[in-house]
Every structure is written in structure tokens, then in C-alpha cells.
Design a protein around this ligand. Structure first.
Ligand code: ZN
Length: 520
């Protein structure tokens, strides 16, 4: 495709042990093969110690590659997966280097098995686990949505452990009607596989040493379910050559054998790694601020595919100008079996098939909302089950910036009245208005959840901007992005940021729109 594919940096292999380890332990992926060949090389001169982040750099634009050096120790996943679309199976193995970045010693690790969530409908069986090369014991917990792996000795803060896992995944097959909403599985000649691998749970420090906890909440269809620390991924994915993958990261190598294509992808800091694929995708690309944006589309929807590309390019530029530049070399937009809804993943947004056809009028707003999640979810992350408002309200508000910049103030004002004010007034007329800052399950139904968290949440952001002024508001967002880059934010931390604004009226706005102020 282009020269970026040649950039896998070989000397890296000589001391990135998990990769070598994977190639010996779990069969030779393409990445492993390349690295094994290097295993025979001579030793490395200590004075020219290779760059530990070299493998991941192609995922980021050159001016953001420094993020890899600055963001501190993070899980590193080296995954090898084979997708068998007709058998509805995925066979996977991973070597995961896990640093303990908490304040507590860890006596066990928790991996989330997201395909086991009821609304994902998959079935994941872990077949083996090694801890630093030795067989490890593990049990399924939390209604089989998590795996607990006991550590031979406590992992102290600052220490790392290497876990190797093998698993099999049964992929659910759903109806081929365009009205289905399925985040995971096969439908309409597409397979969506977010979180097809065991994903290290988020560990949150408690008020005192030793009181932290692994995150074990199970999200539902109403909101998002995945909560992850920013991690690095190197993924070897094998699938039939006629299937086109849509993923996170950037492709750095590809080879083909007997009708199967093996791709290698790497990411920069990333909340998860998406695999989505179809044998009938076509694609078109454009450039935006040094990022290649690719829009995939199904047969007969080329015009909508082109429109989606245009919207995504516009959104990427507008949000880069207002929040801070989009840091990755790739961004993708693709249809998925999620009717007229959208879903965000790192470096990819998926849009319901019906937004390319009968709900074409929703396509632009959906792209504008989902693209904003590349900042509010992927760069700054939050618990999507307990505090969904943190990313959703801001992603929704971001649409206003998109509208102002593309169509002008009058159209943006129409968005505010029609999309936010009208539904909120309807809710108030039914006496169902409630606080924005609540967990997903606290809302009566999907309609109340969406109107309050999205529309009312966006109106709050709009009120803050009006109160503090556009320039100060944008500086606030830019500082927020810089300070919490690749981190996880809570409502309390977010409030501390809000308090930095020199206008106490914003706290009144918070109480008026979002919820009670917690005691300081
Ligand atoms: Zn959203």
C-alpha cells in the first residue's frame, strides 16, 4: 500500500522478550516469524540499545510519537488471531506484558472476557495460561465475564509480569435484517469483533493502600461496556483473503498464502483493538491533517460511503483545531449491523447500515458524534457504566462545534433546539427529568438515558461555553485533553478541573444541569 508497511523495526525484537516468547509458545505469527529470524542475529551493543517503542511508532504521526515515550508503563498486548468466518470461530493467543501501575500489591490479575457479556452473545474459552513462562491457575468469575489469574507471588507496584493466554471464541450469528442492533458477531455479511481477546481489567486505587479494586461491572445494551487503560497492541490477524478487515492501529505487514491473508497491525496508546470485517466492503480514502481517513461501504451505498468520508474528514479537522490534533496516522469509518446507531472504537467508528440507506439523514450527525469520541473516550477515558456522561455529553456537544464550522451558527442553533432542547422539554413534560451524572442503569429506560446524558449533558456544556466565553472554554478543553491524555477521568477529577475556571457560575451550572456537587 505505502511505505509505512515496511517500518517494522527489526532490532526491537532483540530485547522485546514477549514477542519472541509468543513466537515460541503460541505458533509463529508473521510478526513472530520476522522476529524469530532476528533471534539468530548477534547481540546488541548496549550503547545502541534499541528503541523499546519502535514497533508502535508507525501508528502515530511523527509529531505525536513522543506520546509513546511519555505515557509511562502500560500493558502491551502481542496478539495472534485467526478468524474462521464460515465456522464462526476465532482462535487466539496473546502475550501480555502487564505493569502494576497501582499503589497496591496485586495477588491476582483480572481479565475481562467481554464477548461473554449477555448482549455480546459470544462464547470465549481460555485454554491455557502461563505466568512468566510457567503454567498458571485461573478461574472464571463474575458470571464468566472475567478471568482471575492467581499470581505466584504478589506483584508489587512498579513491577511487571508477563501473561500468555490461548483461547477460542465462538462467534454468534444474528439475523440479516438491517434493523438488528448487534455489537458483536456476524450479520449482513459483516463480522464485528470488538474485544475478541481477554482484556486486562482496570484497577482503581482505593482511599488507602490495599483497598483498590478491579473493575467488574457488566454493561448493558443501553450504554457502552468497555473500560480499559490505554495499552499498546501488536496484532497478527489471519483471515480469508476475500475478507477486508477494519481495525484499530496501522497495518505494517501483510502476506498471503493459500487464500488466507495475514496482516500485522500496531497501535499507539489505545483503549482496545477492534476487528471488524466483511467480504463485500469497498473503500475510499482521503487525507486530513496527515491522517489517512478510509471509508468502507457495502455494495450499492457508494454515495453514502463518500459522504461518510467527507463528514469524517471535516470532523477530524474541526476537532483537531478546537481540542488538539488527532494523533494517529489512520482513521476508519465503516458500516456495521447496528441499524441507525453508531459505535466508537479506537481509530475506527462503526455506523449502522441503515444510516447508509433509509436513515441516510442521520449519517452526518452520527459521524460528528462518533468522531468526537476519538478525543472523549479514546484519548481521555472514563468508566462507561458508572459515569457515562463524562464522554457522551462532551461527544454530543462536540457536534455543535461541527455544525458551526461546517454550516454556520443558525444551523448549529437548530441542532441545539431540535436535538437537545425539544426532547428535554418532552421529558420534563412527562416529569422524567433527572440528574445527568448517574450510572447507566439508574435511568428508567433508553429514552430517558439518552435524553438526559446526551441532550441535557450537551446543553450543560453549551451553557458553560456561553458563561465563560468561547476562548476560555476552548482553552479549558485543550488543557483537559493535555492533562488527562491517555488517562482515565472521574467526575470528581473533572469537577476539580471545572473549579479552575475563574467563574464560580460554572459550579452553579453543574448543580443545575448535571447533579449535586460532591462534598469537597
Ligand atoms: Zn457516544
Amino acid at each position: 500500500m505505502d511505505d509505512r508497511r515496511k517500518v517494522v523495526t527489526f532490532p526491537f525484537a532483540l530485547y522485546f522478550s514477549p514477542v519472541l516468547y509468543l513466537s515460541c509458545w503460541a505458533g509463529v505469527g508473521l510478526l513472530g516469524l520476522m522476529l524469530l529470524l532476528l533471534g539468530g542475529c548477534t547481540s546488541v551493543d548496549a550503547s545502541t540499545r534499541p528503541d523499546p517503542n519502535a514497533l508502535y511508532r508507525p501508528a502515530l504521526k511523527s509529531e505525536f510519537q513522543n506520546d509513546l515515550d511519555l505515557f509511562g508503563p502500560a500493558p502491551r498486548y502481542t496478539i495472534s488471531a485467526t478468524l474462521l468466518p464460515d465456522e464462526l470461530k476465532l482462535i487466539g493467543s496473546a502475550v501480555i506484558e502487564i505493569p502494576n501501575t497501582s499503589r497496591d500489591p496485586w495477588t491476582y490479575l483480572i481479565f475481562r472476557l467481554y464477548p461473554m457479556l449477555r448482549h455480546y452473545g459470544g462464547s470465549m474459552v481460555v485454554q491455557g495460561a502461563l505466568l512468566d513462562g510457567k503454567p498458571a491457575t485461573y478461574v472464571y468469575v463474575n458470571e464468566n465475564t472475567a478471568l482471575r489469574l492467581d499470581l505466584a507471588k504478589p506483584l508489587m507496584p512498579g513491577q511487571s509480569v508477563t501473561v500468555a493466554l490461548t483461547w477460542r471464541l465462538e462467534i454468534p450469528r444474528w439475523s440479516d435484517q438491517s434493523a438488528v442492533y448487534v455489537l458483536f458477531g456476524r450479520s449482513q455479511q459483516m463480522i464485528s469483533l470488538p474485544l475478541f481477546y481477554p482484556s486486562l481489567a482496570v484497577y482503581t486505587n482505593g482511599p488507602t493502600i490495599g483497598s483498590g479494586q478491579w473493575w467488574l461491572l457488566n454493561g448493558t445494551e443501553r450504554g457502552d461496556a468497555a473500560f480499559n487503560v490505554a495499552s499498546l497492541f501488536a496484532v497478527t490477524l489471519t483471515l480469508p483473503s476475500d475478507w477486508t478487515p477494519v481495525t484499530s492501529g496501522v497495518e505494517v505487514a501483510r502476506d498471503e498464502l493459500d487464500g488466507q491473508t495475514r496482516y500485522v497491525f500496531v497501535t499507539g496508546p489505545s483503549r482496545e483493538f477492534l476487528v471488524h470485517a466483511s467480504p463485500v466492503f469497498s473503500a475510499i480514502s482521503a487525507e486530513a491533517y496527515g491522517t489517512r481517513v478510509t471509508s468502507y461501504y457495502l455494495p450499492g451505498t457508494e454515495a453514502a460511503g463518500q459522504a461518510a468520508l467527507r463528514y469524517a474528514v471535516q470532523a477530524l479537522r474541526i476537532y483537531s483545531d478546537h481540542f488538539g490534533e488527532y494523533p494517529f496516522t489512520e482513521m476508519r469509518v465503516a458500516p456495521a449491523p447496528i441499524n441507525f446507531r453508531g459505535m466508537e472504537y479506537p481509530q475506527s467508528i462503526l455506523l449502522g447500515v441503515e444510516t447508509y440507506t433509509r436513515h441516510r439523514d442521520k449519517l452526518e450527525m452520527l459521524v460528528a458524534h462518533e468522531m468526537a469520541h476519538q478525543w472523549w473516550y479514546q484519548i481521555v477515558h472514563n468508566d462507561p457504566v458508572s459515569e457515562p456522561w463524562l464522554d457522551e455529553a462532551l461527544a454530543e456537544f462536540s457536534m455543535r462545534l461541527y455544525m458551526e464550522n461546517v454550516y454556520g451558527d443558525a444551523q448549529a442553533q437548530r441542532l441545539v433546539s431540535q436535538r437537545w432542547i425539544a426532547p428535554l422539554e418532552g421529558l420534563r413534560a412527562r416529569q422524567q427529568d433527572t440528574a445527568v451524572a448517574q450510572p447507566v442503569q439508574a435511568f428508567l429506560n433508553g429514552s430517558q438515558y439518552e435524553t438526559v446524558v446526551y441532550a441535557k449533558g450537551a446543553l450543560f456544556w453549551d451553557a458553560v461555553r456561553r458563561t465563560v466565553g468561547v476562548r476560555r472554554f476552548e482553552r479549558f478543553l485543550q488543557n483537559y485533553l493535555r492533562k488527562y491524555r491517555w488517562k482515565i477521568i472521574t467526575t470528581e477529577e473533572w469537577l476539580d478541573e471545572l473549579r479552575q475556571l475563574p467563574d464560580p457560575a460554572v459550579l452553579t451550572l453543574f448543580e443545575e444541569w448535571i447533579g449535586e456537587l460532591p462534598p469537597k
